[in-house]
Design a protein. Structure first.
Ligand SMILES: [Zn+2]
Length: 304
């Protein structure tokens, strides 16, 4: 249970020896969901022990190269690994035709069915299974861009072991009781659900916001999220570049997280101009957020 956020790349577009371009893998109950696919993504999966066979859904936020150029290679590798079944790619509609052409040219003998889903820029439910949803939200960047919000569905109530034993609740009835049913004993006594169960653990939620400028609409879209990953490309000294290039400063990322009420903030998409001095990004983000901020880094895994 919960979401595990694996950081495969958290640098911005300019290549550096310190960071790789944007890529994350969200693990939910052993199912892997990739968010953005910068160059090097497939090697990073290998390095982090993330199995290709568990990856079935890939979400691309926008069509800048540092968020997508790892994808043709990865899709080709999935075929080399003889992946079967379906693989789903979700990407802004403008890039779908080009991606189909690239796959046709460079990865022509797919062993699996590739479904490419065009995304509109705005709020939409794009994925759902029995315990998880993924929604898009509009970001404000130089090109059309979406963020992604992962939400675990409400978890079942927790059985109280002592009461289950006391009332000898049969295994066959436990699923219904976890879902909220009362229990009726053999002699007809009704045991209320509240005696048998405790409140469920809170469900995890995680929002990915990269790339974007600070924008109240983005803040509103992620309001109440448990953990927010927000780009923080520049510090205050390059705030003018952030505005010009459609990016956020670390301080603005902290502000967005505070205003959204996010319980935890991870920052990333760091400009290569801060190599060796990324602490300034953390400090400025923390000043605005008012609490400790987590720094993304290649190979790091966050439990949210
Ligand atoms: Zn971008």
């Amino acid at each position: 249970m919960g979401l595990e956020v694996n950081i495969l790349g958290c640098g911005s577009a300019s290549p550096s020896l310190r960071h790789l371009p944007s890529c994350q893998v969200i693990n939910h109950n052993g199912n892997l969901f990739m968010v953005d696919c910068g160059e090097g993504a497939q090697l990073s999966m290998r390095r982090m022990g993330l199995k290709f066979s568990r990856l079935r859904h890939i979400f691309i936020s926008h069509l800048h190269g540092d968020h997508i150029l790892g994808l043709p290679g990865l899709l080709s590798t999935l075929a080399l690994c003889e992946t079967r079944g379906e693989v789903h790619v979700y990407m802004p509609a403008e890039g779908v035709e080009l991606m189909r052409m690239m796959i046709a040219q460079f990865a022509h003998s797919l062993t699996y069915t590739l479904e490419i889903h065009p995304l509109k820029i705005g709020k939409a439910l794009i994925y759902e299974d029995k315990s998880l949803t993924v929604e898009t939200m509009a970001l404000c960047h130089a090109v059309p861009a979406v963020g992604f919000i992962f939400r675990e569905k409400p978890r079942p109530r927790q059985m109280r072991g002592d009461m289950v034993e006391f009332y000898k609740v049969p295994v066959s009835q436990r699923a219904a009781i976890k879902a909220g049913a009362d229990f009726v004993t053999d002699d007809g006594r009704v045991i209320p659900n509240s005696w048998l169960t405790a409140d469920p653990l809170p469900s995890a939620s995680y929002a990915y916001c990269s790339d974007t400028i600070y924008n109240p609409g983005v803040v509103q879209a992620v309001a109440g999220v448990g953990t927010l990953y927000h780009e923080a490309t520049y510090a205050d000294d390059k705030a003018h570049l952030a505005a010009q290039r459609g990016h956020t400063t670390a301080r603005q990322a902290g502000q967005a997280a505070r205003e959204a009420g996010a319980k935890q903030l991870i920052i990333g998409h760091f400009s290569s101009s801060y190599i060796g001095k990324e602490d300034v990004l953390r400090t400025e983000a923390e000043e605005a957020y008012g609490a400790p901020v987590l720094m993304a880094d290649e190979g790091k895994v966050f439990e949210v």
